[in-house]
Design a protein around this ligand. Sequence first.
Ligand SMILES: Cc1cc2nc3c(=O)[nH]c(=O)nc-3n(C[C@H](O)[C@H](O)[C@H](O)COP(=O)(O)OP(=O)(O)OC[C@H]3O[C@@H](n4cnc5c(N)ncnc54)[C@H](O)[C@@H]3O)c2cc1C
Length: 400
Amino acid sequence: MNFDLPADMAALKEATADFATRRLTEEAEAFERSGEFAYDLIRAMGETGLFGAPFPEDLGGSAAGFLAVSVIAEEVSRIAPAYGYAMNMQCATCPYTIYNWGSPAQVERFVPGLIAGESIGMFALSEAGGGSDPAGAMRTTARREGDHYVLNGSKMWITFSHAADVGVLFARTDPKAEPAHRGISAFIVEPKRFEGYTAQPIDLPGLSKSLRSCEIFLDDFKVPVENRLGDEGEGFKIAMNALEYGRLTVSARLTGIAQAALDASVAYANERFVGGGPIARHQLVQERIADATVAVEAARLMAYRIGWTMDQGRVSTRVASRAKYFATQAARLAGDVAREVFGGNALAAEYPVQRLNAYIDMLTVGEGSENVQRILIGEDALGIKDATRHTMRNRFVGAG
Ligand SMILES: Cc1cc2nc3c(=O)[nH]c(=O)nc-3n(C[C@H](O)[C@H](O)[C@H](O)COP(=O)(O)OP(=O)(O)OC[C@H]3O[C@@H](n4cnc5c(N)ncnc54)[C@H](O)[C@@H]3O)c2cc1C
């Protein structure tokens, strides 16, 4: 057992931090001001290889693996939290789901553009009726008509859906199926190629105005039959499998954001003089910093462990849910500590505290809320539902 990051991963971490500092700070601010989608920066991330780690070289990837995904997602999110979204849409959820479940033709057609940042991806599962119960809440239907499906309905919260070229979207092909999740199928959708698709941005204070989440509406929207992902009725299994990869990035993203909150708190506590000295000298402040420091370190180890587990060819709800849940707790703690340490300045736009907490809140619900994780973890721990009972798919073949 070796807890040190391998040298190549440590170098990757440094290179990612360097890239994010150079490209995803000032330039990103310009996109925030204009509200335009940051195509250039997503493309730059792709060109630098930030999305390619779990994909083979013949698709444009680096086959560096999922520990690399954890490290990259952590560093990108530490420096530019909004760009952490791209680690899902351009790497671990949209393209990896196509890679994991797609036919060779689908993989060849869609994956290289997504991981190069040339086409924009999305992952559309949630609906307004309740993201915590996607099977029960799903009202979107897909009706087969000859060589294509016709989709009708809406999806809620879908990140990058206003810019997406390609998406993995879930719809009900058999409304009468019992249990309901057996009637769901997965599709690779192409919003810019077919009519009947609109995306309405949702106003989310504190989150990016450029890299947004939207409600999408499907009105007789066409999907060619060759774009169905997997078999009819296999969609729910594909979605649940995809969420494990999402939990990997979200754990790492929360760890990075928590580290940013902690770093900001440490710097501020040393700089802020009240009553003749820095507030860092107060043991009550030190206690809060100590608690957050330990929590962030543990969250990082758990996030890296998911990546390592996936690099062994395994996908585990047990490992991923625990890590995602703990990262949420650690990030909430670090965010609260920052609120306390910054005092009134926690509320001021020129300090990062509100923005970091907005992303912590967002990632707390993404890929399953805290309660959803508690249910998965608790039922597993109590022997009610074994969290390792599903055979999950992982087509990662490893370096070389
Ligand atoms: C900014 C943002 C971006 C997002 N991006 C995407 C995306 O790209 N693609 C996508 O598909 N989804 C996306 N989501 C959706 C996200 O996955 C859902 O918000 C999440 O699954 C929770 O669903 P909900 O918001 O409908 O909450 P609900 O399901 O309504 O839950 C509300 C509360 O009730 C609790 N609850 C629900 N059921 C139970 C239960 N059985 N027991 C105990 N408590 C329960 C939950 O824990 C939660 O606290 C995004 C969300 C946000 C906010």
